[in-house]
Design a protein around this ligand. Structure first.
Ligand SMILES: [Zn+2]
Length: 210
């Protein structure tokens, strides 16, 4: 009866061959191969080959930090939780600490950042990202997690300081969210990754409930 009392918002990307991928790189595109159908066998079966950072996904610290954490150490409480969506669609180019300081961000919050990425065809190019000052601000606030509507929470920052500042503090990073239809406000987030214990990241079917 959950759908009687909650509205479910799907904030996940569709996994298709022609979906947007990081910097438009062909090797980041998913390969879906039908290995059996009713002409060749008695069942329909598909094999998926995909980079973990394609589409809506979660990063663990091993993505950027040698010896870092993997999916196995993630607690589901970290990604099935209350969250706050903030509208940052006025930001041009990037999100800095000063863009975040007027937002109601508190310790242990999970925040989702809605930007121009959700409206404009910029996901493969100069997408909006969180710069190092923004990451430091969120780390100082001791948030639990941060999600964004781009395929990378940063771009064109040598040494990846945004990822590293967040991941060192065990802040969950969600990338590839679709927030076009989502108004600023409070929601319940469901963003459990598929259970790939040894991986540095994993695909997520992310939804918001309200
Ligand atoms: Zn990633």
């Amino acid at each position: 009866m959950i759908s009687d009392s909650f509205k479910i918002y799907d904030i996940s990307m569709k996994i298709t061959r022609d979906m947007p991928v990081y910097k438009g790189r062909d090797e980041k595109r998913p390969k879906l191969v039908t290995v059996s159908d009713f002409n060749s066998g008695s069942a329909y079966e598909t094999v998926l080959e995909m980079n973990m950072h394609t589409g809506t996904h979660l990063d663990r610290s091993l993505h950027m930090i040698p010896g870092g954490t993997r999916v196995d150490s993630l607690k589901l409480e970290q990604v099935i939780t209350k969250c706050k969506v903030f509208d940052l669609s006025s930001c041009v180019d990037k999100i800095t600490a000063s863009d975040l300081k007027d937002k109601d961000i508190k310790e242990d919050d999970f925040i989702l950042l809605k930007t121009r990425n959700s409206f404009e065809d910029i996901l493969e190019g100069d997408f909006i990202y969180v710069d190092e000052s923004g990451a430091q601000y969120l780390r100082d606030k001791k948030i639990k997690g941060v999600g964004i509507d781009s395929l990378g929470i940063e771009r064109s920052q040598p040494e990846h300081p945004t990822h590293i500042k967040l991941l060192e503090a065990d802040i969950v990073i969600l990338e590839g969210l679709c927030l076009k239809e989502i108004d600023e406000g409070e929601y319940f987030l469901f963003a459990a990754p598929i259970y790939l214990p040894e991986a540095e990241a994993a695909p997520v079917r992310a939804v918001l409930l309200r």
